[in-house]
Ligand binder design. Structure first.
Ligand SMILES: Cc1cc2nc3c(=O)[nH]c(=O)nc-3n(C[C@H](O)[C@H](O)[C@H](O)COP(=O)(O)OP(=O)(O)OC[C@H]3O[C@@H](n4cnc5c(N)ncnc54)[C@H](O)[C@@H]3O)c2cc1C
Length: 414
């Protein structure tokens, strides 16, 4: 009746899933481990999809999280091209889309999320793309030769990165952001305005406060984005980057607590017995978000939660306390973020923005909560201690670039 048994069954072969298996083997776990993934590829890094993979600079082999032989050497079974559709938490059974069933001792849910689709008419026309999987990007790149005008919907990191790459590839890019500035969900206004300026300087027609009302089609393919009845932006391709919906339906149907994601405690345990959750889909209480329950969508979180889940499975639990961090590459700008800036009440600019190497330090009630560092790796490295300690530092000290942040951290007795 059951096709196979695994001591640890990992659902999702992205960063969180792959890292859980790696961490288990690194810490000497000798039980059976399998990864079920609905993608056909071995685990690969997702960030290059909107960067070097999209631009053609890195092929799939160079973005694999581990070479193919690693998984065989480490005896991690790869069950690719099938998805978990149902979980029976009492019987410890996961049912797969191919009709098979797997028995698990421990289940790790690392299923990430699916791109949100446009709610407006025309969202399902040919030529409308999202950027979440390697297959998504391959489809997009296949069509690029027939396009010269691309509309990107969404001014978050993925939309902006795609706009940067496609502009460099010679496409005429229009970017539409519904809110009043790009990156509104993740950064302060200063950084948003800086990036808007950079994109415009590179030739992107970037419009904020503008919503797509419909995608116009011709012969079943997108040919424009309608903003109002009379205003249409002609294009051959539309890229939609408006966020993800966490892929947790089978777990919630099985009775797991959660809504936007599946709730996980500080050891990455869900409310279901022997079921852990890590990565983009795990809604957890985060000290750097003022104790709010949030989901983090970044590689750091997926990897660090994977390590926490692995430790719990090994019987040596340690709570998740990592400082959130993120990066984004656009043109020749490398942005590195440490901490979470949502809720800040002051922002200090450190350095000269015109030099395109500077940091924005965010404070809440006089304490450092985050840094956005543009071409400023040193600030990123040294600012982490300030964020970790929520250090109280006078703004004029933070603005003084003659003093390295490590000196300021030392003075704040961290
Ligand atoms: C284009 C792009 C660029 C990014 N850039 C950055 C960046 O620069 N820096 C950064 O820190 N983060 C970046 N991110 C975010 C980062 O990639 C994610 O936070 C990370 O991949 C999360 O890992 P995860 O394991 O939770 O989910 P994922 O990596 O999404 O993996 C989940 C996997 O589970 C599969 N799956 C879903 N449901 C099922 C099911 N029921 N059964 C089986 N398999 C299932 C999915 O198809 C997927 O393969 C980027 C993301 C994208 C899409």
């Amino acid at each position: 009746m059951f096709d196979r048994n695994f001591d640890v069954l990992i659902v999702g072969g992205g960063h969180g899933g792959a890292q859980t298996a790696i961490a288990l083997r690194q810490s000497g776990f000798t039980g059976t481990v399998a990864i079920v993934s609905d993608e056909d590829d071995l685990p690969y890094e997702r960030p290059p999809l909107s960067k070097d993979y999209l631009s053609g600079q890195k092929p799939l082999e160079r973005i694999l999280i581990r070479p193919a032989r690693f998984w065989a050497d480490k005896d991690v079974a790869m069950l690719l091209g099938r998805r978990v559709v149902h979980v029976d938490p009492q019987a410890h059974v996961a049912a797969l889309s191919d009709g098979s069933s797997l028995v698990y001792r421990t289940l790790v849910w690392a299923a990430g999320g699916a791109p949100r689709r446009l709610a407006c008419a025309g969202g399902d026309l040919a030529g409308v793309h999202s950027v979440r999987t390697r297959a998504d990007v391959d489809r997009l790149v296949d069509e690029l030769g027939r396009a010269s005008r691309v509309v990107v919907i969404g001014g978050g990191y993925i939309g902006l990165e795609a706009a940067a790459v496609l502009t460099k590839l010679g496409q005429q890019v229009t970017l539409l952001e519904a809110s009043s500035r790009v990156l509104a969900r993740v950064a302060g206004e200063t950084l948003s305005r800086f990036y808007e300026g950079e994109h415009r300087a590179q030739g992107v027609d970037l419009r904020v406060g503008v919503q797509a009302a419909r995608i116009e089609g011709r012969d079943g393919a997108a040919c424009g984005v309608g903003l109002t009845d009379s205003l249409v932006i002609d294009c051959e391709m539309v890229i939609v980057g408006i966020g993800i919906a966490p892929a947790v339906a089978p777990l919630l149907a099985a009775g797991a607590a959660g809504s936007d994601g599946v709730d996980a405690d500080e050891y990455c345990r869900t409310s279901l017995p022997d079921v852990f959750a890590v990565g983009d889909c795990a809604a957890h209480v985060n000290a750097f978000a003022g104790g709010k329950r949030i989901r983090l969508e970044c590689v750091q979180n997926a990897n660090d939660q994977a390590a926490v889940a692995a430790r719990s499975i090994m019987g040596a639990p340690q709570p998740y306390v990592a400082v959130p961090s993120f990066w984004s590459n656009q043109y020749d700008l490398r942005l590195q973020t440490v901490g979470l800036s949502a809720g800040h009440d002051a922002a200090v600019i450190r350095g000269d923005m015109a030099s395109r190497s500077f940091s924005v330090v965010y404070l809440e009630n006089g304490r450092v909560t985050a840094l956005d560092c543009v071409n400023s790796g040193k600030d990123f490295m040294q600012g982490r201690a300030l964020v970790a300690a929520r250090a109280a530092v006078p703004p004029e000290h933070l603005a003084d670039t003659s003093r390295p942040l490590k000196e300021i951290a030392a003075e704040a007795a961290i």
